[in-house]
Design a protein around this ligand. Structure first.
Ligand code: KG4
Ligand code: ZN
Length: 339
């Protein structure tokens, strides 16, 4: 028996569907949209059109792989925000229609909360989950948040970016270097072969537990502009060292604030989540906090870091247990709101 939930994610440029049985993922499919690469970033109108094309095949594939019939589903969970309105509407409309057709509950999910709850997905290799309360650095293409997670649905925002998100910093730095979108994973890959001490950039001075990345972007821009005047091949010749130095700076900005939060709250259970939590430099830095500072550290499996529906399904599961269902007249929201 148990509970079967279909999770649907369509907040940005990935169309994803997952089926969860209690806390175990039976299927998790993601259709990426390569069309945005030509434009150096996500084009909202193209994203929503691609979601329209992808959503039925992705859901069909997830149900087939999970080897369950749609009539076995107990609820439909979907991302209701934050994200791009045109993209969200595709997932929301499908979820509402499917839940009405099947006569089962509809569950709205906050995308940022779902990134955090991806830490609670169970599988053979991940049986260890953070105990409450814990601190979570939620780092993605659109957000950078430091959350105090008191319970599954009780989270307090301690700090956030005052300008660019961490993922945006990776992507913009990559763009300045002429690398394709999204640049984060490429910087990570190239950084592995470079020297992180080769170049240094000024550290932002931001009060409290907030973050800032726009100064870093500007200093990379001006630094490269000047170097390219002297040597037009500067980027190509220093690609690996540049990536290693940029990555190390972004990781340093994030980890400094996480350490500050540990010191201020006394909470030594820390986690990362969201697309940038796939970054090997950040994962290594977190492991360092475990070795050097005795913190208990947690990160999602790589496939649950970047946008995926498995995280929507696990959040749906916990909401289902609480009987926290949504009305069919809810509308998606674009900007983050605490729930
Ligand atoms: O969570 P996510 O998939 O989408 C949003 O909710 O925004 O995060 C996407 C972001 C992009 O900025 C991407 O460049 C970044 O996560 N990212 C990475 C890595 N993998 C994805 N950044 C650095 N290193 C990575 N390995
Ligand atoms: Zn995300």
């Amino acid at each position: 028996m148990g509970i079967y939930i279909l999770g649907i994610e369509s907040s940005c440029d990935d169309t994803s569907a997952a089926v969860i049985h209690n806390r175990k993922i039976l299927a998790n499919f993601i259709a990426n949209q390569s069309i945005h690469q030509d434009f150096g970033g996500v084009v909202p109108e193209l994203a929503s059109r691609a979601h329209q094309q992808n959503i039925i095949p992705v859901i069909d594939k997830a149900l087939r792989t999970a080897n369950i019939n749609k009539n076995q589903l107990n609820a439909i969970a979907f991302t209701n925000g934050p994200g791009l309105m045109g993209s969200l509407l595709v997932g929301a409309s499908f979820a509402k229609t499917f839940s009405l057709a099947l006569g089962i509950p509809l569950i709205e999910v906050n995308h940022m909360q779902a990134h955090i709850l991806s830490l609670f997905i169970e599988d053979e290799s991940t049986t260890n989950h953070p105990d409450f309360p814990f601190l979570c650095l939620t780092v993605s293409g659109g957000h950078t948040q430091l959350m105090l997670v008191k319970d599954y649905f009780e989270m307090e925002l301690l700090g956030q970016t005052i300008d660019d998100a961490a993922g945006e910093a990776f992507d913009k730095a990559a763009k300045i270097m002429g690398l394709p979108y999204p640049g984060g994973p490429l910087i990570d890959q190239f950084a592995a072969q470079g020297n992180a001490a080769a170049f240094s950039f000024p550290h932002p001075n931001v009060a409290g537990l907030d973050f800032s990345f726009s100064g870093l972007k500007t200093s990379i821009l001006y630094f490269l502009r000047d170097e390219l005047k002297r040597n037009p091949d500067f980027i190509e010749m220093n690609k690996f060292d540049l990536c290693a130095s940029i990555q190390s700076m972004i990781v340093e900005i994030l980890i400094r604030k996480l350490r500050k939060a540990v010191a201020e709250t006394g909470i030594k259970t820390v986690a990362i989540a969201g697309g940038v939590s796939a970054n090997s430099g950040l994962r290594k830095a977190l492991t360092g906090m475990s070795k050097n500072e005795g913190c208990k550290v947690f990160f999602p499996k790589p496939e649950y870091c970047t946008d995926n529906a498995a995280m929507i399904a696990i959040t749906g599961y916990f909401k289902y247990l609480n009987g926290n269902f949504s009305h069919h007249d809810i509308i998606p929201f674009t900007r983050f709101k605490a729930q």
